[in-house]
Design a protein around this ligand. Structure first.
Ligand code: SAM
Ligand code: SF4
Length: 337
């Protein structure tokens, strides 16, 4: 018998209806803000959740009030069964929205298949329009492949495509104006993201490379562009704006300078089946053993949700004050963002 639908609410009253699942920790890039230069040892295949386990887990979450699923990685499109996973999730009636975050390298080949499988939305990561800088920031990636991927995906009837752009001081901040121009010329939502100190061993180095992203408004002023705030449905923690007359829009995700934890509605599942209640801190627990037993799964999720902190205090000064918790040992590629 199908379990009765429950709601996942934490001790601060936040309702959780969104789950991000990292379907693999493998990646074909090593972006400077995400992975160490020497790369990371990937989990052995048997440590990674199978497609069947992922779908069954989403069925469990759906019975607990979850409506939105994001598949991420590592690079999710490296999974051979990504379309089957999406199809399985799309067949779960309670799930209203399935999205993927990808580096875009495989989109020319895969975008159509993903759409046919039932994918609603795509976030494509792109931090620069300069091929040399792209190669440097991703440690080897080819910019043109991503641009071609965006072009192919744009021809398909996905809900609005989002471009994720992490801003690194001294590396790509001078390109914010180009990304704003891109949002004028293309019907996409460019999301400027602050560089987060996840697994950045040298906090001083991170602090030097971190910068706020509020300067977008000065850039718009300098270009003579008028900006209006807009409401983009299902847009989580980003504040959204539009340059008047442009085809697309832009958003700001500023977890450091503008802590938005009070509206956090998400849980994260790592490729090895651990659920994290907060991106930053190290609390997590494996749910793999419980996937096939709904009651045990629900009990475990409620326990994990019970550990969810009020906020991530990710900013350097704040995090250093917190003595009773440790930042996660995982790199961003092992969580999914
Ligand atoms: N490989 C896919 C991709 O790059 O889109 C999905 C996984 S990646 C970890 C998810 C998102 O996290 C990407 O948009 C990436 O730019 C972002 N990200 C990774 N490390 C970050 C960091 N230290 N601070 C902010 N965003 C980060
Ligand atoms: Fe890979 Fe995405 Fe991390 Fe870049 S940001 S290394 S593409 S997981």
């Amino acid at each position: 018998m199908k379990p009765e639908t429950k709601i996942l609410k934490d001790r601060f009253g936040r309702v959780h209806d969104y789950v991000r699942i990292s379907v693999t920790d493998k990646c074909n890039l090593r972006c400077v803000y995400c992975m160490p230069e020497e790369g990371l040892p990937f989990f052995p295949d048997d440590k990674v959740l199978s497609g069947h386990e992922i779908i069954q887990m989403v069925e469990n979450f759906a019975a607990m009030g979850v409506k939105k699923i994001r598949l991420t990685g590592g690079e999710p499109l490296l999974r051979q069964d990504i379309e089957e996973i999406i199809t399985g999730i799309a067949e779960i009636p309670e799930i209203e929205d399935i999205s993927v975050t990808t580096n875009g390298l495989a989109l020319v080949k895969k975008a159509e298949k993903l759409y046919q499988a039932g994918l609603n939305r795509l976030n494509i990561s792109l931090d620069t329009f300069d091929p040399v800088s792209y190669k440097t920031m991703t440690r080897g990636g080819q910019l043109q492949r991503v641009l071609n991927g965006i072009e192919v995906a744009s021809q398909l009837p996905f809900d609005k495509i989002k471009i994720n752009t992490v801003i690194i001081n001294g590396q790509n901040d001078h390109e914010m104006v180009d990304f704003l121009k891109y949002s004028i010329d293309h019907d996409v939502n460019v999301r400027f993201i602050e560089f987060m100190p996840i697994s950045q061993e040298n906090k001083a180095d991170w602090a030097k490379q971190y910068m706020g992203i509020e300067q977008v408004f000065d850039i718009c002023d300098m270009q003579g562009w008028k900006v209006e705030a807009i409401d983009l449905a299902g847009n989580g923690p980003s504040d959204n704006y539009k340059i008047i007359g442009g085809k697309g829009s832009f958003g700001l995700i500023h977890p450091i300078s503008c802590n938005f934890c009070e509206s956090c509605n998400r849980l994260r599942v790592t490729a090895d089946g651990c659920v994290k209640s907060c991106l930053y801190w190290d609390e997590e627990d494996s749910v793999r053993e419980e996937i096939a037993d709904f009651s045990a799964f629900e009990e475990k999720i409620q326990t994990i949700l019970g550990t969810k902190p009020e906020n991530h205090e990710m900013a350097l000064a704040e995090a250093d004050k917190v003595k009773d918790k440790k930042p996660t040992w995982r790199h961003m590629s092992q969580i999914g963002g």
